[in-house]
Design a protein around this ligand. Structure first.
Ligand code: GLP
Length: 241
């Protein structure tokens, strides 16, 4: 794991974007693994900027998102599809046929199977990740097997509480999601993980310095050969070195 501690969210977003821009410039048909949440927002701003400056084009790029809430239609204001559209897709020249986000409504078993097949056929060149306060990545909650593929997952109580801020009330927060599995995430050639703020410090410490355990899903990344961790001082505050 390569770890960089940076001062601000803006610097982190810029640093992460550099990795993505390099990948797209080397291969205009790159396959990107994308994520939602507050952590990647600055990355997306920088990618939109790089597109506006004509440094990169997304015309032949393919994307695969990590997850989507179950029972939330893609047009719902809190769907991950809406999030991606607002923060990235509507601002760039991507072909929407090349955008892949699992649907949260329909025959969920079939959706998981199809998505997993597509992931196997489309190895990501680079994957962006955030991390949950309980150490989850995508929606792979503590206790998820390291061998897990795309699946329907029950959100942990802590995750539901963390996500309540996006909904009017706790009862509106979805309790299930469709998520890439840990095994799918590990298939990406390169991984960039972003975390900022004190509430991530404990998960970051366990991910980097803790023992590898399915109780802390992000600890699986200790096994990946090309991971870049971008954190601010608060998220790094519990690290020994
Ligand atoms: C959600 C997403 C994760 C994300 C996490 C952290 O649970 N499924 O992919 O990493 O939230 O979100 P944030 O970046 O807003 O802290």
């Amino acid at each position: 794991m390569k770890i960089e501690i940076l001062k601000t969210k803006e610097e982190i977003g810029k640093r992460a974007a550099k990795e993505f821009i390099d990948v797209i410039q080397k291969n205009p048909e790159a396959i990107l693994g994308l994520a939602t949440g507050s952590s990647p927002i600055e990355l997306y701003k920088n990618l939109v900027q790089a597109y506006s400056n004509e440094e990169i084009s997304f015309k032949n790029v393919k994307t695969f998102n990590l997850d989507e809430y179950v029972n939330i239609d893609k047009n719902h204001p809190q769907s991950y599809f809406t999030f991606m559209n607002q923060n990235l897709f509507s601002e760039i020249d991507i072909n929407m046929n090349n955008v892949n986000i699992p649907a949260g409504v329909g025959n969920l078993e079939e959706i998981c199977k199809d998505y997993n097949k597509k992931l196997e056929e489309n190895v990501r060149d680079i994957q962006i990740l955030g991390i949950g306060t309980n150490g989850h990545i995508a929606f792979n909650e503590p206790g998820t097997k390291f061998t897990q593929i795309t699946h329907i997952t029950q959100l942990a109580e802590q995750t539901i509480n963390d996500n309540t801020r996006f909904f009017d009330k706790k009862e509106d927060v979805p309790t299930q999601a469709i998520s890439m599995g840990l095994s799918n995430i590990m298939d990406s050639k390169k991984i960039v993980l972003i975390a900022t703020g004190k509430n991530k410090a404990s998960a970051i410490k366990q991910m980097i310095e803790g023992k590898q355990t399915e109780e802390l899903p992000a600890s699986i990344l200790q096994n990946h050969k090309d991971v870049l961790i971008l954190i601010d001082e608060e998220a790094a505050s519990k690290l020994k070195n």
